[in-house]
Design a protein around this ligand. Structure first.
Ligand code: C2E
Ligand code: MG
Ligand code: MG
Ligand code: MG
Length: 286
């Protein structure tokens, strides 16, 4: 439909647009190549309890470097991985990799730390997704409640029926669900009650000016909504101490952001946790 109107109107078909299209196809081809060559990485960003300042979880974040070793932002390549369908296979790999790392943390005595993994709507459209999640959990023998899947509002709005059904199955299995970037989507308030959620991630746009702007009422309303729904609330993008203390004042439970730690490779995470989290049980050194 859109294509037809473009070909009728040659003015739309500018050389610049061809360049853009070619650039995108290049990125997709390179991404597929590097994924197949096992060059993608998963980094981990700590999530902190605002009261105790203990690390209570980590979010798995995909990392990809170009041939010069420079990082390409997931904001650029994840949408292209979705557009091309590559995200289905890449997403499975991120999940397997993250759960494998979670198992290592548990064996090291961190039996309370959650692993949060981002999930795209295309993965929900894949019929085998729910079973794959169960398979990976069973394979590594981790408690399902230590795995949390992060979905955005657009994931839910795209395919409400399919997504809600899958989420209910995952929830019944014990997996936790977080709504990511909350407040930025095209959501109606009604759908949020229908989802089996555990955690609400307050988008960083609401956290940004919380310490300088006296009108904190939107952030307060989101925190209150989360509490009314019985969810744990977590502030995203906390970069300053004053933002953390302000979010705590509003009643936010947890925070994630550069103030505490940037995303890091797994080897650095293990070092970080030695000084930022208590171990509930003695490490298993066998
Ligand atoms: P997200 O899930 O909302 O992840 C949080 C993003 O905020 C991450 O960006 C993180 O590095 C960044 N961040 C954390 N703390 C701060 C801070 O204090 N200040 C600022 N300015 N930013 C902060 P990142 O890693 O570039 O990822 C961007 C987005 O790409 C993610 O947003 C998520 O939507 C997507 N993404 C990343 N990894 C995956 C993945 O494995 N699968 C899928 N489907 N999407 C992913
Ligand atoms: Mg996320
Ligand atoms: Mg987010
Ligand atoms: Mg985001």
């Amino acid at each position: 439909h859109a294509k037809k109107s473009i070909s009728k109107n040659a003015a739309f078909y500018s050389p610049a647009m061809d360049d853009e299209t070619r650039k995108r196809l290049d990125i997709i081809r390179n991404l597929q190549h590097d994924f197949e060559c096992e060059k993608l990485e998963v980094w981990y960003q700590p999530q902190i309890d605002l009261l105790t300042e203990e690390t209570v979880g980590v979010e798995a974040l995909l990392r990809w470097r170009d041939s010069k070793g420079e990082f390409i932002s997931p904001e650029v390549f994840v949408p292209l991985a979705e557009y091309s369908g590559l995200i289905v296979e890449i997403g499975k790999w991120v999940l397997a990799e993250s759960v494998r790392r979670l198992k290592v943390l548990i064996a090291a005595g961190y039996s309370h730390i959650r692993m949060a993994v981002n999930v795209s709507v295309l993965q929900f459209r894949d019929q085998s997704f729910v079973n794959y999640v169960k398979y990976v959990i069973d394979l590594h023998g981790i408690p399902p409640k230590l795995l949390e899947l992060e979905i955005t509002e657009s994931v839910v709005m795209d395919e409400p029926e399919i997504v809600i059904q899958a989420l209910n199955q995952l929830k019944a299995f014990g997996v936790h669900i977080a709504i990511d970037d909350f407040g930025t989507g095209f959501s109606s308030m009604s759908y949020i009650q229908k989802l089996p959620l555990d955690r609400l991630k307050i988008d960083r746009s609401f956290v940004k000016d919380i310490d300088t702007n006296k009108d904190a009422f939107i952030a307060q309303a989101i925190v209150n909504l989360g509490k009314q729904l019985g969810l744990i609330t977590i502030a995203e993008g906390v970069e300053r101490k004053s933002q953390a203390s302000q979010m705590l004042k509003l009643g936010t439970d947890e925070a994630q952001g550069y103030l505490f730690a940037k995303p890091m490779p797994f080897s650095d995470l293990k070092t970080y946790l030695l000084s930022h989290s208590y171990q509930k049980v003695a490490p298993d050194n066998t």
